[in-house]
Write a protein that binds this ligand. Sequence first.
Ligand code: THU
Length: 162
Amino acid sequence: MAPKKTYITCELTELDLSELDATSQSLISEAKQAAERAYAPYSQFLVGAAVLLNNGKVFAANNQENVSFPVGTCAERLALGYAHGLEPDAKPVKLAIVARRAEEPTRFAAVTPCGMCRQCISEYEVKFKQEIEILILTPNQRVLVADGIRQFLPFKFEDLNH
Ligand code: THU
């Protein structure tokens, strides 16, 4: 008998920046500004992330590198930790991610969150029982939108008690 196979799909919606609602456009703009303040002397890869909470507050952060490379932290995890550290009862509803190489001031690189950041995003989705919409700016001023982290992290580890 043929082995059972499981296939998964990933759904991303690609929109023009101008097609996004004003809140999402402004979140991307916050992420862009945060990327400009990134501390990335080793990779020269500037990443900004901005989180919108359900109370309307926005927290933005960027990648912070270290001469001992693994100590460096991604923009997404810092933004989420910053938001949740200050507003522990507010649900994160959207996360915008923007990146560019230091030598390319106007061209944005589409980045999807790294594995650790995917798990971190999942943590807050599970805590608040709500998906976090992820918005990623692409080089041609378009935006990839994912409903939640399941689009990037299928089969995720969720619950120690199951
Ligand atoms: N980085 C992020 O901040 N977020 C991502 O989604 C991908 C990678 C950072 C980590 C490191 O400082 C630099 O980008 C190059 O990997």
